[in-house]
Structures are given as structure tokens and as C-alpha cells.
Design a protein around this ligand. Structure first.
Ligand code: GUN
Ligand code: ZN
Length: 443
């Protein structure tokens, strides 16, 4: 038995977490539920976790213990693997599909981030909402302006949140004030990597917006930068909308398929995270699997923009399961809530005759996101050594949920009710690296 540090703190209550991928190994082998557990934290990390009866005798005398109410459940913080913080001012923009939505709403909104004060103000709102919704790790797009990333990561650092972010690379098919060049995009990204990647909990993603916004020269320099700094991330968009896919085929006639556009420039591999991936061929799915390239499923966005139905059952086929996380994809996505996102993911799966169980869904929102970001040894589950990013979910967060829960027969039904009916009100508290950073105000 290892000696726990004298300055540790503890949380006691019911715990839900995962030790592996239930799509591959099954729920029984990967889900851990403890009805009365102790999670012990010191220096921002989990130092002990187990049934309260086993862990309590190890606690140093006088360790403060926070007891959760009986209808709360402790989980790892939620992980958002794809989001655009600059688009908060255009959430819910009416009527268009992807390419027109970008031109009419998105690009004009993103032009405002030349002003770092605007960027800072939105970044504050963004992280406050994340904490209210229990999102403790996110992979975030800035705009083309490097200062959009500085503003975001300054605020992230002040909250001590783990955030991956990148300046968007785009040198064509956008208004001139939103275009960089292959060289300036490379130089600005490199300077941001030097400033931010690995500073505290901040990480950098090389971020070519998507193939249509990047000239071949720009994709080439993006790939070159990743080869120089392979510990960084790459994030982009892939196969979201059918008109987009046709356009990519016209722009890159030599490529075998959409993924191959990125592959040819060395932008596929571990720590590459592509948003959407709705209309992929079996060959592209196999290439993602073999190369450890991840997909971010963004159901509220895909439904809102009418983009299509992500084939989760194909992406997570057990014999070649991809790394898949969930994304809010704000501002094409419509909610910060991971529970609302799970609700929509369930419906997207249902429309394909492949329901998504609560056991699989809560994995996707936590450890699945961490696996997509290659951070499964750092965040996304409750286990010794993990960073202590935690949330307390209130399973009785509204009167109708409280009523419905009286009839829940088991854990699966209770969790399914949460993902069907719950939202931000279900997050009672959020801890970041062991510090409580959000407590829901009593209603
Ligand atoms: N494809 C290229 N840019 C974007 C964006 O900002 N949002 C979404 N949903 N798709 C994109
Ligand atoms: Zn996106």
C-alpha cells in the first residue's frame, strides 16, 4: 500500500468510469461503476481510487472529504474533440448548409478576431460555458489570426484547463482579410507552437481549416511543420457535406479520395483529429484505423447544417475500431452540453437502425474523447495517475428527470434518461486538476 501525501483531499460518492473501449472489448470488461467510492487527489492528480471501505483506511488523518449527495454521480470531465470558439456569436444561424453558412455567417464573424480584446471576451464566455457543462478538455479552432489563439490559451491557462488549440490556416476561397499565405501560416503556427505547446496544460494543433481553404502549397507547409514538430496535433475537417466532397474532388483530382488529399501531404497519423467524416468509404475508414487518425463526431452540427448521419457503427466496428470522440462543433453545433450531444448522437444512430447504448455513449463523452486526442493516459477516466478533471452529475436535475428516475430499473436506464433528458443543469460541479472551479447555483 503506497503512502498518500499528507495534503491530499478526497471526494466520496458513486463513480462511473471506463478502463478501455467498450466498442471493442464490451461494456462489462471496460465500465467501472462503484456505488460508494473514494477518489483521492493531490497535486492535481488522482492518487487513490476504489471502494470507500478499502481506500478510507489509507487516508492520512484529517484528510478533507467531500461527500456527494446520493443522487449525484462522479465522472471524468467531458471532452469536446472539435469546437470553434470564435463562432459563439453565430450559434443558430438560419437556413444554410455548410458552404453557404461559411460564406454568409462564419467568415464575417471570424473577421472580428483581428481585435484581441474581442477574442479575449469571447474566450472568457467560452470557458465559463465549458465549466458549466462539465467540459474540461477541448480541441479548439481559433481564426486565421494568431492572436485568437493567444487570447484563448491565456484564458485556458488562467483556469488551468487542458486545451488543444490552433490558428486556422486558410489561404484561398475566403475574404482577403481572412487569408494568410503558405509562408505566413507556417511562421505564425511555428511561433505559437514555441509559445504554447506543452506550456502547463496547453497543447498546439496545426489547423488547416479544410482542403478547399488551403492551397496545395499551404497543405505542404502544414505537413512539413508537423514533421518538424510531430508531438503537436493536426486538426481539420473531412467529408462533412456532399457539395464540399464534390468540390474537394474537383480541386484535388489526383487524390484517390478526400482523406487522401490530407494523406498525400503527411497530415494523417497519430494526433490528427478530423471533424465529421460522415461520407467516408470503407477504404478511408481503414486508413484512419491503420494510421491512428481520429474522427470527431459532431451530431448537433451535422443535423443543424443538414450534413448527414455519421455512421458510428461503421467507425467503431470492433475489428478495425477508429478513435472517435464527440464534438460540439459550435457554432454550427447548437449546444455546449455533452448530454444534449449524446441525445443527438443517439438519434443519428437510430436513423441508421443502430441505437447507441448509454454505456457506449458515456464512454464516447469521456475516455473515447481522450483516446481520439491520444490523451487516454492523462485525462478522460478516473484512475490513479490521471489528472483530476472531474464532474458531479446530478441525476435529478429537473423535476421531470427526478420523476422519470423513480422508474429507472438499473444503471443503464438511469444513464440513458440522463442523456435523453439532461443538459447543463445536470452538471452540479466541475473540478479542474483537483480544484473545484464550478458549482451550480441552487435553483
Ligand atoms: N468546414 C470548414 N470550416 C468549417 C467550420 O467552421 N465549421 C464546420 N462545421 N465545418 C467547416
Ligand atoms: Zn468544425
Amino acid at each position: 500500500m503506497t503512502q498518500l501525501p499528507a495534503h491530499c483531499t478526497a471526494i466520496r460518492g458513486a463513480v462511473l468510469t471506463y478502463t478501455g473501449d467498450p466498442f471493442v472489448e464490451g461494456i462489462e470488461a471496460t465500465r467501472r461503476y462503484e456505488s460508494d467510492a473514494l477518489v483521492v487527489v493531490a497535486d492535481g492528480r488522482i492518487v487513490a481510487f476504489g471502494p470507500a471501505g478499502e481506500v478510507a483506511p489509507q487516508l492520512p488523518a484529517g484528510t478533507p472529504i467531500e461527500q456527494l449527495p446520493p443522487h449525484q454521480l462522479l465522472s471524468a470531465g467531458f471532452i469536446d474533440t472539435h469546437v470553434h470558439y470564435p463562432q459563439l456569436p453565430i450559434i443558430g444561424a438560419y437556413g444554410e448548409q455548410l458552404l453557404d453558412w461559411l460564406n454568409q455567417y462564419t467568415f464575417p464573424a471570424e473577421a472580428a478576431y483581428a481585435n484581441i480584446e474581442h477574442a479575449r471576451a469571447v474566450a472568457h464566455t467560452y470557458f465559463a460555458e465549458n465549466l458549466r457543462n462539465g467540459i474540461t478538455t477541448a480541441a479548439v479552432y481559433g481564426t486565421v489570426h494568431p492572436q485568437s489563439v493567444d487570447a484563448l490559451l491565456e484564458v485556458s491557462e488562467a483556469h488551468n484547463l487542458r486545451t488543444i488549440a490552433g490558428k486556422v490556416l486558410m489561404d484561398r476561397h475566403a475574404p482577403p482579410e481572412l487569408c494568410d499565405t503558405a509562408q505566413s501560416g507556417y511562421d505564425d503556427s511555428k511561433a505559437l507552437i514555441d509559445r504554447w505547446h506543452g506550456r502547463g496544460r496547453q497543447l498546439y494543433a496545426i489547423t488547416p481549416r479544410f482542403a478547399p481553404s488551403c492551397s496545395p502549397e499551404q497543405l505542404e507547409t502544414a505537413g512539413a511543420l508537423w514533421r518538424e514538430r510531430p508531438d503537436c496535433y493536426v486538426q481539420s475537417h473531412l467529408s462533412e457535406n456532399l457539395a464540399e466532397c464534390d468540390w474537394v474532388a474537383q480541386l484535388f483530382p489526383q487524390a484517390a479520395n478526400y482523406l487522401d488529399v490530407y494523406d498525400r501531404f503527411g497530415l494523417v497519423g497519430p494526433r490528427a483529429v478530423y471533424g465529421h467524416g460522415i461520407h467516408l468509404s470503407e477504404g478511408e475508414l481503414c486508413r484512419c484505423h491503420a494510421s491512428h487518425t481520429a474522427l470527431a463526431h459532431c451530431p448537433t452540427s451535422n443535423l443543424f447544417l443538414g450534413s448527414g448521419l455519421f455512421p458510428m457503427h461503421q467507425a467503431k466496428r470492433a475489428d478495425r475500431a477508429l478513435r472517435v470522440g464527440l464534438g460540439t462543433d459550435l457554432g454550427a453545433g447548437t449546444s455546449f452540453s455533452m448530454l444534449v450531444t449524446l441525445n443527438e448522437a443517439y438519434k443519428v444512430a437510430q436513423l441508421q437502425g443502430q441505437p447507441l447504448s448509454a454505456g457506449h455513449a458515456f464512454y464516447l463523452a469521456t475516455r473515447g474523447g481522450a483516446q481520439a486526442l491520444h490523451l487516454e493516459d492523462t485525462v478522460g477516466s478516473i484512475a490513479v495517475g490521471m489528472e483530476a478533471d472531474l464532474i458531479a452529475l446530478d441525476l435529478h436535475s429537473t423535476p421531470i428527470i427526478e420523476h422519470r428516475m423513480r422508474y429507472a430499473r438499473d444503471l443503464d436506464e438511469a444513464l440513458f434518461v440522463q442523456m435523453t433528458m439532461g443538459d447543463d443543469r445536470a452538471v452540479a460541479a466541475t473540478w479542474v486538476a483537483g480544484e473545484k472551479r464550478y458549482t451550480r447555483t441552487p435553483t
